[in-house]
Design a binder for this molecule. Structure first.
Ligand code: HEM
Length: 506
């Protein structure tokens, strides 16, 4: 798919296929026992002559406005309610507001234009309209000390030559490592589930730490070709070191409604200095330098990157992008499975057993598992692991929501909050319900509106856009993970982040 197909015009041109996909979600498998809300069958209005409106909302008084919004966002309302209440107040999914971090010790400008429906959000995929330089987590950027005194790929705009160089390198790593994904995944899952099973007789086993260890080990091997087992420190503490380095960078932007006002004062008022995690970072760097030699030398010889550029970028991709993403995503996948009805689980199990047959777990088998893949997509729709995306207007342009057209000025920062965008009622029927087979059959057309990777799920990641380099790797790995679970077990029960029953396949 070329850049033009990412453009918001896509949303206008295929209204009819969207409607048929919406209608297909009627009578679908819901994953909870409560019945889904009534499903709309009318064609959403895709009028091209929308009224022009000035962007509603305001930034409030200097310092005070951002401060009040910050308290609402992080404390009094939480992020979901923060955006919902402002949609209601402004009677618009596009409006002006402030987002943290802000006052007193952040230099970041908290003023943004929120874009909270699928149509307005999609403008951020059009690289002619938005600049993505240094705005991975908004106007606030963690110090480059965290990334070896350089701006790594995720902070580069597509107009910067290094973006193409590094992103091609990352995409090449994934392509080349595809032969070891399945054997590495199954070997490490065997190990993880053997351990969990041995602990089950003493009661439910929490899966958070096992998943973090698994992620660190699996991703280090497939992304960097580095085996943590070769380093006693990494085998034992690698995932903790990675987690600390990650947390210290993003803490100022993560809303935590508990333990207030302490969180506001101590976690959200100033950026944390790098020295707190420099030891962790240096150890991770040394590990990659020693164990990831093949991948590093390819980055140098084939992509013309310096050794330092390769290792710092590799570390960021492995730690921030991949480890960070999967550490949020896998627990939410398991939690969705825990809430699924017995009927959904049985259908998943049947599909997995039927498609794996005597051939076992292969890419071909997983590609044929429509329900498994749809379950993965629906989890990403309702729990997008990276909730916020930003884009800075390169020029003045007209931005459309479903209802109106707004004039955005060059330099303004667009801010999309995916958890609400992915519940756009004009696109998704029963938007709040988990519908396991939403993305099967005709429902596959809805993949155009699944945005967790900063682009449509059926779009193409490339060096000329900012879509996640691991888009297909992520959904495939999650589908393999689910398939593995249903091959190994006849029955799985998950309660409050723990496995309580794992009944081996007979
Ligand atoms: C569940 C796991 C993952 C999630 C949720 C995720 C999500 C994202 C998102 C939302 C972005 C866009 C950020 C923005 O610009 O606003 C992104 C970018 C990126 N991701 Fe992922 N990602 C995941 C896994 C991976 C993996 C496994 C890799 C590679 C091995 C990867 C590599 C990248 C890279 C290199 C970028 C920057 C793209 C660019 O600069 O053009 N990600 N990811």
């Amino acid at each position: 798919m070329n850049m033009a197909s990412f453009s918001p015009t896509l949303l206008k041109s295929n209204g009819s296929s969207l409607t048929s996909a919406k209608m297909m979600t009627m009578n679908r498998i819901t994953s909870s026992s409560s019945s889904p809300p009534p499903v709309k069958t009318s064609i959403p209005s895709q009028s091209t002559s929308l009224p022009i409106r000035s962007i509603p909302g305001s930034y409030g008084l200097p310092l005070l406005g951002p401060f009040v919004d910050r308290l609402d966002y992080s404390w009094f309302q939480g992020s979901d309610d923060f955006f919902r209440k402002r949609i209601e107040k402004n009677q618009s999914t596009v409006f002006r507001t402030n987002v943290p971090p802000s006052f007193p010790f952040f230099l970041a400008n908290p003023n943004v234009v929120a874009v909270l429906d699928c149509k307005s959000f999609a403008h951020m995929f059009d690289m002619e309209l938005v600049d993505k330089k240094n705005i991975l987590v908004g106007d606030f950027m963690p110090s480059t000390k965290f990334t070896g005194d350089r701006r790594v790929c995720a902070y580069l705009d597509t107009t910067e030559p290094q973006h193409e160089q590094i992103k091609s390198f990352v995409m090449d790593i994934l392509k080349r490592s595809s032969t070891i994904w399945i054997p590495t995944l199954t070997t490490l899952l065997d190990k993880m589930f053997d351990t969990i099973e041995s602990q089950l007789p003493s009661g439910p086993v929490n899966y958070l730490v096992p998943i973090q260890k698994f992620n660190f080990s699996f991703l280090s091997r497939v992304i960097a070709g580095a085996n943590p087992e070769n380093s006693p420190d990494m085998a034992e503490n690698g995932y903790v070191r990675m987690g600390r380095w990650l947390a210290v960078q993003i803490l100022p932007t993560v809303p935590i409604t508990a333990f207030q006002p302490l969180v506001e004062i101590f976690l959200h008022s100033f950026p944390y200095p790098f020295f707190l995690v420099s030891n962790d970072y240096n150890k991770l760097y040394e590990f990659l330098e020693k164990e990831g030699k093949d991948v590093i030398s390819r980055g140098q010889t084939e992509f013309n990157l310096s050794k330092e550029d390769v290792i710092h970028n590799l570390l960021f991709t492995l730690g921030f992008n991949a480890y960070g993403g999967f550490t949020i995503f896998f627990p939410s996948l398991l939690s969705a499975l825990g809430s699924a009805t017995p009927d959904v689980r049985e259908k998943l199990r049947q599909e997995v057993r039927e498609k794996t047959g005597s051939g076992g777990l292969t890419f071909r088998a997983v590609n044929e598992m429509e329900l498994v893949q749809s379950f993965v997509y629906e989890t990403l729709r309702l729990n997008p692991p990276v909730p916020l995306q930003y884009g800075r207007a390169r020029k003045d342009f007209n931005l459309s929501s479903h209802e109106s057209v707004f004039n955005v000025k060059k330099g303004e920062l667009l801010c999309g909050y995916q958890p609400l965008v992915m519940k756009d009622p004009k696109i998704f029927d029963g938007p709040e319900s988990f519908i396991a087979d939403r993305f099967t059959d005709k429902g596959k057309e809805l993949l155009t509106y699944l945005y967790w990777s900063n682009g449509p799920q059926n779009g193409t990641t490339s060096v000329s856009n900012k879509q996640c380099a691991g888009k297909d790797f992520v959904t495939l790995t999650a589908s393999l993970f689910l398939a593995y679970l249903f091959m190994r077990y006849d029955s799985v029960a998950i309660v409050d982040g723990s496995f309580s029953v794992l009944e081996k396949a007979k």
